[in-house]
Design a protein around this ligand. Structure first.
Ligand SMILES: *Cc1c(COP(=O)(O)O)cnc(C)c1O
Length: 375
């Protein structure tokens, strides 16, 4: 038994023929850049998400950068982001000479603490970038309300939550990434909709904004060699688009399987004292990009080592909150500034979860976690 964090090979095996045929078709056409599959996949994803425009690009980090560029943010503008997230979210903000303004998160949901956003808003604040961390939406209803009142843009980092649905109190349900002005996602292989290399996309409802993002992703040109704005070169390969178009059909099935795995962990670990299981928000579905527990009493690293000794991989997303990273350190923002994020960085542990997880693998993991706490 070889337990993996993610089993990309097993997943490929099940759709091998369809994938191979899709790849072969691209090879035969040799339309490696902007082949017809790129447009087809974008259309299919737009239909899936019920959003007007999907703009494919090279990766999820580029998608975030293109989003901020398309919104016309200027150097010195402030952008509010959760402090407990993957570095890419803050990185593109800093790269564009904008100012990332960190906000702590809610412990039971892992996403940005919406009640702490307003106190960070200044006259220079232009946007909020919530991250739908681990597969569950940030609390978008109050967040959108704040954005509307303060006239701020909202860019949703949906790299970990493609396919999740958020339901507003009036009953309106929207896909993650299609609530704010722009949603961004990543098709990195281990993401819920992963390709076989790098890939990303933006979700946009507004036509003008979508055209602008499309132009920026293509060297700032609409007409070849006519560069209206400074852009970048960010494309989704035809090969990756062909692969993604096959996998998109299975996305809901993949999410359902991940939920089954999560439910089995919930049940198997419910009696373990000393850990907190991931909570479900009642206004968001969960696509379980990660199944992340919180381990108290400073036992997290010990549990991780114990599991490793028993051939069980586990991961820490993320071991250092952004405000304590050398690259993002700021005066007056030392240890203690964001207590929840700091606590999470010491307590979170993500267990193996993927679409190919076998019952006996999971039983073994659950058994070993019990064994650790019964030592
Ligand atoms: C993976 C990820 C990204 C970046 O995606 P890449 O395709 O690797 O550039 C951005 N934000 C979050 C939250 C992610 O998990």
């Amino acid at each position: 038994m070889k337990i993996a964090m993610v089993d990309l090979h097993g997943q490929y095996e099940r759709i091998r023929e369809e994938i191979n045929n899709a790849i072969q078709e691209v090879l035969d056409s040799t339309a490696f850049i902007n082949g017809p599959q790129v447009k087809t996949f974008a259309q299919h994803l737009a239909e899936y998400n019920q959003v007007e425009h999907v703009i494919p690009c090279a990766n999820g980090t580029d998608a975030l950068q293109i989003a901020l560029m398309a919104l016309g943010l200027q150097p010195g503008d402030e952008v509010i982001v959760p402090v407990h997230t993957y570095v890419a979210t803050a990185e593109v903000i800093a790269l564009l000479r904008l100012e990332p303004i960190f906000v702590d998160c809610v412990a039971d949901r892992f996403t940005i603490d919406v009640t702490k956003i307003e106190e960070k808003i200044t006259s220079r604040t232009k946007a909020i970038v919530p991250v739908h961390l681990y597969g569950q939406c940030a609390d978008m209803e109050p967040l959108m309300d704040i954005a509307r009142r303060h006239k701020l843009y909202v860019v949703e980092d949906t790299a970990q939550a493609i396919g999740a649905t958020y339901t507003f109190s009036n009953g309106v349900a929207q896909k993650a990434g299609c609530i704010g002005d722009i949603g961004t996602t990543s098709f990195f292989p281990s993401k819920n909709l992963g390709c076989y290399g790098d890939g990303g996309a933006l979700f946009i409802r507004d036509y003008e904004l979508a055209e602008r993002a499309r132009m920026i992703a293509n060297h700032g040109q609409k007409i070849k060699y006519h560069h209206r704005v400074v852009g970048c070169n960010s494309r989704l390969d035809t090969l990756q688009a062909a692969i993604l178009d096959v996998k998109l059909k299975y996305l809901d099935e993949y999410s359902a399987t991940r939920n089954e795995v999560a439910a089995r962990y919930d049940k198997g670990l419910a009696a373990v004292k000393g850990i907190i299981l991931p909570q479900r928000a009642d206004n968001s579905t969960h696509v379980f990009h990660q199944y992340t527990i919180q381990v108290g009493n400073h036992l997290r690293d010990e549990l991780k080592s114990f599991l490793a000794e028993h051939d069980i991989p586990s991961m820490i997303y993320y071991p250092i909150p952004l405000h304590l990273q050398e690259a993002y350190a700021k005066e007056g923002q030392g240890k203690g500034t964001f207590p929840i994020a700091e606590q999470l960085s010491e307590e979170v542990l993500s267990l193996p979860i993927h679409t190919e997880m076998k019952m006996e693998e999971q039983e073994y993991i659950i058994k070993q976690i019990h064994a650790f706490f019964n030592r």
